[in-house]
Design a protein around this ligand. Structure first.
Ligand code: ARG
Ligand code: ZN
Length: 878
């Protein structure tokens, strides 16, 4: 059952054209599929094996005649096909049941509308097909449905015909001018309304942009449309990649497994990444929408025009497109400081989610070598680490060199299904003198070797010669199936500062050997090294920084990323010290004067942006701290981090009060980087002020938080105020929560926030698990809707380690029940949840044993999906 990258074979047949006709009916949809098929002359003659899943087969015709066929484990096998290489007609008639499709793969119903999700292997749930990305065909699609119930009928490409049919039905015919793999097919049918925008095209004509939503949501589409227009303009400007379609549509659905999908000309989105107005969406929602709209739009070139040969190459399109959406958001943010904020946020995701993945049982290379279920490999490694690999290429060839490489990539591969090697080769060939070209084979280890490299650096200053030497070494721990690792190509952006924080030198070193020593002559004293500026490579940097060095970097480094990083290191060192020193109870932890003062200086600075201050003043996440430890006690990590927060709250009390007042304003709402940064800092301040009130018993600030909650003119301020009350555990939280629910009971995405806030709240005496169980009994809860399931179950199991890792193991039992329950409804979502215990081997006993037992309980369930089976069996493997 395991699929190996090494087993790739080109397809034995090509499918040139597909004509699909749908009679849409929730209970039984009829699908007529007429293909032009021919044998691949490069492959020895063999039967045609078409993929199909949960289909009812009614008819197979070859050149209009009945033919013999077999059904072999979900494949339709045709042996008596015309010989020779001439195309023949293959007609297949099947039915499927969209209303019963709870997996949300293939054709399904959501709120009485039809949607599809075909990536990676969902098209086979619609019709029999060569459901693999290297088979590219031209599609013509006819949709027929009841006109009153499904007035809007959409598919890829251009609408060429529409009209009425008998019995109140109607039809629409769509032709996609581009050949595409089946995973990019889409259809939508239902009662939808749209916002439209016409923009000028290169050829003097116009493009029509549309955002489709349910009636009532039209007032939440402006930001998505703005983001789409900005995406079109950005890809033209930065990479000279134009929109190649007359019509580009985005459709939102509330039932969706992932974020969004780049179907050619008809992107389908989770509502979470489309709908926003100031009353219902936070600044984070606005910025996520911008980057997801950008991401899917950018796929039109990186993914659709040039696609993947096989699914092992997934990062070819995903790593590259994440890199592109990150660059897009940075470019839109504008100012250097705002770009740095975006970079820090991206690195935070990488380090809190991807580094643990790379160190756990599901570790895999950016280009995996094997899988049981491809859906399990839509991971932070393939996406975010993949993006870092592309970013390193840009670093090694320069921004212009990278743009040249992209042009060569499209020159060579437009219209084709290719590999990660093809991409790197194009970037290198366009920059033959670059370190990338010179170390190409070695660089490619980023694609083949899993695991996070560790970069060790140690400095030595010789006062006699005035030479500072920096000894560098790299290593990478074994990962499943990869015991030995060879050295990586690691671009290290660095600078040296003097003790006063003045920059002495700056540069870039490309580390390729296991160990190397750099020397810097002409110095009068030991410098402070600022290493891996801008996080120039996805590695762990081991350098034994002293507090003095870190304080210098925090105060002066010209690289904002490393300024932030210095603050995080100061905080991490303190957290780790307190976690390890079990003789001191968390409540008795005392933070040192130097750290508190450094934080105060940042908070009060009149030169730094609010957004940057908010990042510095936010302590490292519990999951990040956990990764720094060999044995993990999540409750202690939580307790120590909370104690540190409360101390910062008290020690900086008047500074927080100042920050809150100075960053609260009532002007018109705008989600731009500056205003959202101010709201973020005000929110952080309010949380600390409420935390401080917790220990003092004072209720002034909780009262102010409640007032802010009631008066807020936007969701960011309102939600931050609510979160401050909930996080600090104040008695006023209950009434605010109740009021919030009453205000937004008809706004599904806001209710998700309401559920998530409660399931993710700090545990006080084991109170969260009962809350979570209660929330699941709430009338608004349903396991069927992935967003809602995530808002409660994932917020608890993955987002709230202090509450989940209970000594009585009740959290794990809850987890295993939910994985088992979800697996019968939606295996993809279940498999994501299954990963919440990925790092169980690091847990301190008795948690470790209890976690193992819970995983084994899931593994023992009969008829487990491939999705969950792959995750739990890898977790249990040694
Ligand atoms: N290609 C989509 C994106 O990154 C993700 C779709 C993944 N869907 C899935 N069922 N695995 O934008
Ligand atoms: Zn993508």
């Amino acid at each position: 059952k395991v699929i190996l990258r090494a087993d790739y074979q080109p397809p034995a047949y090509w499918i040139d054209t597909v004509e699909l006709a749908f009679d849409l009916d929730p209970g039984k949809t009829r699908v007529l599929n007429r293909m032009k098929v021919r044998r691949n002359p490069d492959v020895t003659a063999q039967p045609l094996r078409l993929d199909g899943e949960e289909l009812n087969l009614a008819r197979v015709l070859v050149n209009g005649q009945g033919t013999s066929f077999k059904l072999e484990d979900s494949q339709l096998v045709l042996e008596n096909l015309p010989e020779g290489h001439e195309p023949f007609d293959l007609e297949i008639f099947t039915t499927c049941a969209p209303a019963k499709n709870t997996k949300l793969m293939g054709l399904y119903v959501s709120n009485d509308s039809f949607f599809t999700q075909c990536e990676a292997e969902g098209f086979r749930r619609i019709t029999y097909f060569l459901d693999r990305p290297d088979v590219m065909a031209s599609y013509t699609v006819t949709l027929r449905a009841d006109k009153a119930r499904y007035p809007v009928l959409l598919s890829n490409g251009n609408l060429v015909e529409q009209g009425a049919l008998e019995d109140g039905r109607h039809f629409a015919k769509w032709v996609d001018p581009f050949r595409k793999p089946s995973y990019l097919f889409a259809l939508v049918a239902g009662q939808l309304v749209c916002r439209e925008q016409r923009i000028a095209a290169r050829n003097g004509k116009e493009h029509l942009l549309q955002v489709y939503v349910r009636p009532g949501d039209l007032d939440k589409t402006e930001h998505a449309m703005n983001s789409l227009m900005a995406s079109v303009a950005w890809d033209e400007a930065r990479f000279k990649l134009p929109l190649d379609l007359e019509r580009f549509m985005i459709v939102a659905t509330s039932d969706f497994n992932m974020g969004a999908m780049e179907n050619k000309g008809l992107n389908i989105f989770n509502t979470k990444y489309v709908l926003a107005n100031q009353a219902t969406a936070t600044d984070t929602d606005y910025s996520n929408i911008e980057s997801v709209v950008g991401h899917e739009y950018f796929h039109n070139w990186t993914g659709n025009r040039v696609t993947c040969r096989d699914w092992f190459q997934l990062s070819l399109k995903e790593g590259l497109t994440v890199f592109r959406d990150q660059e897009f958001s940075q470019d839109l943010a504008g100012a250097d400081s705002a770009r740095a904020v975006k970079r820090i946020e991206d690195v935070r995701v990488l380090r809190t989610a991807q580094f643990p993945e790379d160190a756990g049982p599901m570790a895999h290379p950016v280009r995996p070598d094997q899988y049981l279920e491809i859906n399990n490999f839509y991971t932070v490694t393939v996406y975010e680490k993949g993006a870092e690999v592309v970013r390193m290429m840009q670093t090694l060839v320069g921004r212009e060199g990278f743009a040249k490489g992209m042009s060569l990539y499209f020159e060579r591969h437009d219209g084709h299904a290719v590999t990660c090697d093809d991409f790197v080769q194009a970037i290198a060939d366009a920059n033959p003198e670059s370190p990338l070209a010179q170390k190409l084979d070695q660089f490619k280890r980023w694609y083949s070797q899993a695991g996070t490299p560790r970069l060790k650096a140690a400095g030595h200053f010789d006062p006699v010669s005035g030479i500072y030497s920096l000894a560098l070494s790299q290593s990478c721990a074994p990962t499943p199936g990869q015991a030995e690792k060879l050295p990586f190509v690691i671009p290290i952006a660095l600078g040296l500062l003097d003790a006063n924080g003045n920059e002495l030198t700056t540069g870039m070193h490309v580390l390729t050997d296991a160990t190397e020593t750099l020397t810097f002559p002409g110095l009068t004293a030991a410098p402070v090294p600022s290493l891996l500026r801008g996080f120039s490579a996805p590695v762990v940097l081991d350098y034994l920084y002293t507090d003095t060095e870190l304080l210098t970097l925090l105060a002066h480094d010209a690289d904002p990323f490393n300024r932030w990083e210095a603050g995080q290191r100061l905080a991490t060192q303190r957290a780790l010290g307190h976690i390890r020193n079990e003789s001191v109870a968390p409540a008795d932890i005392r933070l040192d004067h130097a750290f508190i003062e450094a934080m105060r200086v940042i908070l009060r600075s009149d030169k730094l942006d609010a957004a940057f201050k908010e990042l510095v003043l936010t302590l490292p996440a519990e999951t990040y701290i956990a990764e720094q430890l060999d044995v993990v006690d999540p409750q202690r990590i939580h307790a120590v981090r909370e104690a540190m927060r409360e101390q910062l709250a008290q020690a900086l009390f008047s500074d927080w009060a100042w920050a809150f007042e100075a960053h609260s304003e009532n002007g018109a709402y705008s989600p731009d980087a500056v205003s959202s940064g101010r709201r973020a800092l005000a929110g952080l301040a309010l949380t600390h002020l409420c935390l401080a009130a917790r220990s003092s018993g004072d209720s002034v600030w909780p009262g102010k938080a409640l007032q802010r909650f009631k008066d807020a003119s936007n969701m960011t301020d309102r939600f931050n105020a609510l979160a401050a009350l909930v996080t600090s555990g104040h008695a006023l939280a209950a009434q605010a929560l109740q009021r919030f629910h009453a205000m937004f009971k008809d706004e599904a995405l806001v209710l998700d926030k309401w559920f998530a806030l409660q399931a993710g709240a700090p545990d006080r005496g084991g109170n969260i698990l009962p809350v979570v169980k209660q929330l699941m009994n709430h009338a608004d809860f349903t396991l069927r809707n992935p967003n809602r399931a995530r808002s409660v179950i994932f917020s608890y199991c993955s987002g709230n380690p202090g509450a989940f890792h209970r000594a009585d193991a009740a959290g794990y039992v809850y987890w295993s029940d939910r994985v088992i329950e979800l697996d019968t409804v939606n295996p993809q979502v279940a498999a994501r949840l299954a990963r919440a215990l990925d790092r169980w081997k690091k847990l301190a006993e008795p948690l470790r044993g209890a976690a193992r037992e819970a995983i084994a309980r899931v593994a023992a369930k009969p008829d487990l999906s491939n999705d969950v089976r792959e995750v739990v069996s890898r977790a249990l493997a040694d």
